[in-house]
Design a protein around this ligand. Sequence first.
Ligand SMILES: CC(C)(COP(=O)(O)OP(=O)(O)OC[C@H]1O[C@@H](n2cnc3c(N)ncnc32)[C@H](O)[C@@H]1OP(=O)(O)O)[C@@H](O)C(=O)NCCC(=O)NCCSC(=O)CC(=O)O
Length: 342
Amino acid sequence: MLLFLVAGEKTGIDKRHFHLTEETLVAHPELYDQDAPSLDSRLAMTVDAVPKLAQCAAAKAIAEWGRPASEITHLVFSTYSAWGAPSADLRLATLLGLRPTVNRTILSLHGCYGGGRALGLARELAENNRGARVLVACAEITLVCFGGPDGGNLVGHAIFGDGAGAVIVGAGPFRDGEQSPIFEMVHATQTTLPKTEHVLGMQVSGSGVDFHLAIQVPTLIGQNVERCLLDAFRGGDDEDDDGGAHLPSPLSGNGKWNELFWAVHPGGRQILDNIDKVLQLEPEKLGASRHVLREYGNMSGATIVFVLDELRRRRSLLPEWGAMLAFGPGVTIETMVLRCPR
Ligand SMILES: CC(C)(COP(=O)(O)OP(=O)(O)OC[C@H]1O[C@@H](n2cnc3c(N)ncnc32)[C@H](O)[C@@H]1OP(=O)(O)O)[C@@H](O)C(=O)NCCC(=O)NCCSC(=O)CC(=O)O
């Protein structure tokens, strides 16, 4: 791994990690020549590297969970960086020694909301399959979209980084040796903002994946986030699927969102600033998101797992209830009501 340092006062990013090395660039000049076909060589590298990166994160999650990998019943793998069939989820299952009957699902090209959707899907699987233990893995390697400075997308190149995160999701009854639950996923919603398909996107071409980030992204997210949160908190209440716990009634205005803890995908510094502003959050409320952005950049779908992990470290300071937000192409907003069990 190459550790790449950038000055980050305005981006809010101090460092990012990349699989791409100087040696790879010397060996593959097509990676920075936008007129040269390069998709084959990009995929030849990521198809191998993405499952291996995910394996590192998943092996760590399984060790902390405390049960053998053979007890994983489902695998949900999210990535935009590796495509082929059989897909990267099979390679990951093989690397981890998961049993041949594990139920695998891959979420491909969901971009930055992939981690949020993978967690939501895992929750649905765990609640509907008694005894299920779902491994969620998210891994991204920007090598598929790397380009030279003449290729445009300078904002994307300034904020994206590589990384992988993994989580084990289950519903009771809990087993001997199993780590006690860290966060409860109480209710989740997915909202697509109408007529915003053009705003965020990834176009696959012979020269790799071209990220398109329109300048309106931070404004659109700021304008819609509170409505998504209100829907998610109301929905959780209506369906009474909170296992007997009572959701706080929908909160809004006058700084009331400060009663929650926050796991927000740090898509960019401006996005966090806009969320802070519209929800009138106290400065430290998005501290975990800003910390992850500073230390790793935007790792697309994997980032939200890092934010949850950072909140886990701050757990003793968290209030009982929280909210998770992730955004991506669509424009899609994943919202989840979280609870930190006492
Ligand atoms: C990149 C930034 C950190 C830069 O912040 P700064 O404070 O330095 O500057 P700024 O916002 O005033 O912008 C500086 C100059 O860049 C221009 N500029 C900003 N964003 C632009 C964009 N997306 N496309 C083209 N130009 C852009 C501005 O107009 C301005 O131009 P001029 O100087 O001419 O006035 C911030 O703009 C930011 O956080 N943007 C959000 C990035 C984003 O879209 N993230 C989502 C990633 S996608 C994701 O997370 C989901 C997914 O991929 O699925």
